[in-house]
Design a protein around this ligand. Structure first.
Ligand SMILES: Cc1cc2nc3c(=O)[nH]c(=O)nc-3n(C[C@H](O)[C@H](O)[C@H](O)COP(=O)(O)OP(=O)(O)OC[C@H]3O[C@@H](n4cnc5c(N)ncnc54)[C@H](O)[C@@H]3O)c2cc1C
Length: 298
């Protein structure tokens, strides 16, 4: 592997200054579970890795009446173990519990998963379904981008050279809201999603009618996709399988998968429907306060 320098700033200001080097020379390092592989294989050749794990803003994990603030460098194991995240942002827990195994989850961050911008990234559909917003800082100041607008292509996103994803902000879920992320992989764990679906559903006080929904599809396009029309088709409808089936063709319509070694286009389009119905069933069960029988990886 090519030599590089390593620096670990303890303030956001220092990190921004270090990253202001010409494009590609300095690179943020969170868990390193993607980055080290890219450097080892020569896909990236930074002169300096800027470790962002010692910066307080990137380690924030706070949930309250105004929602959830998740620092971009917080690792998956910490997120999945957080009580408020478990109670209110369950799709995020589902994602964090299936990214790699225990060792990877103890290093890998949701921020890094998003910034790596793989179409099959397992946390991005959950972040989108939960209405996440990305707070980005660089030498030119701070800006916010909706999670669904963050990725722009395979391995590409809206970050300009030198910019850092600092945190993800999520609105507090309304009462009777449940969320879920589910993926299909050919084996039970340690594989890349053939299709992944993140959903969030809110029910009315009778727990029978859907009042709000968000659906995000992964691995069926160059970026994760917010399936707006499919979610819209659920609103005002009873929370039943018949309703979920109405969303299926609308979700399939926005999916643009490719053929690859893990599945054909047709197979992926088929899976979108199967996983969407199962994800909605699980999210609705959670919205009702029931614990759906879900085994990660299935
Ligand atoms: C064995 C193994 C299994 C895996 N399994 C899965 C899986 O099941 N599902 C899945 O989705 N992924 C999986 N991955 C990929 C990887 O673990 C995840 O994408 C992980 O979330 C990346 O986070 P990280 O903190 O390690 O990022 P890093 O590797 O540190 O960074 C990834 C990229 O994002 C940039 N970056 C990181 N943080 C920021 C920031 N805050 N601002 C700007 N740029 C930033 C880095 O410069 C780099 O380009 C696996 C990887 C391995 C090695």
């Amino acid at each position: 592997m090519r030599d590089f320098d390593y620096v670990a700033p303890t303030s956001l200001q220092q990190a921004v200054e270090l990253l202001a080097k010409p494009a590609g020379q300095a690179r943020p390092l969170a868990g390193g579970t993607d980055l080290i592989d890219h450097v080892r294989n020569g896909r990236l050749s930074p002169d300096v890795l800027v470790d962002i794990k010692k910066i307080p803003e990137l380690n924030l994990l706070e949930a309250g009446p105004n929602g959830l603030r998740l620092g971009a460098a917080v690792n998956c194991a910490t997120i999945a173990a957080h009580q408020a995240v478990q109670a209110q942002y369950t799709a995020l827990v589902d994602s964090c519990q299936i990214i790699g195994g225990v060792q990877i989850q103890s290093r890998a961050s949701v921020g890094g998963n998003m910034c790596n911008s793989g179409p099959a990234a397992d946390s991005t559909p959950s972040v989108i379904a939960l209405g996440g917003r990305c707070v980005i800082t660089g030498a030119q100041g701070t800006r916010e981008v909706a999670a669904e607008d963050f990725c722009t292509g395979p391995g590409k996103n809206v970050l300009k050279p030198g910019e850092l994803l600092v945190e993800l902000r999520f609105p507090a879920p309304a009462p009777h809201t449940g969320s879920h992320y589910r993926r299909f992989i050919p084996r039970n764990e340690m594989d890349i999603a053939v299709v992944g679906i993140g959903v969030s559903v809110t029910l009315d006080d009778t727990l029978k009618i859907i009042t709000a929904a968000r659906i995000a599809l992964g691995a069926v396009g160059p970026t994760p996709i917010l399936a707006t029309a499919a979610a819209q088709a659920l609103i005002g409808q009873p929370a039943t399988d018949e309703t979920y089936q109405k969303a299926v063709p609308l979700a399939r319509e926005v999916a643009t998968p490719i053929n690859d070694m893990r599945g054909t286009k047709d197979y992926r389009i088929h899976l979108v429907g199967v996983l969407l119905v199962r994800s909605l069933q699980a999210a609705v069960a959670r919205a009702k306060g029931e614990c759906p029988n879900y085994k990660p990886g299935h």
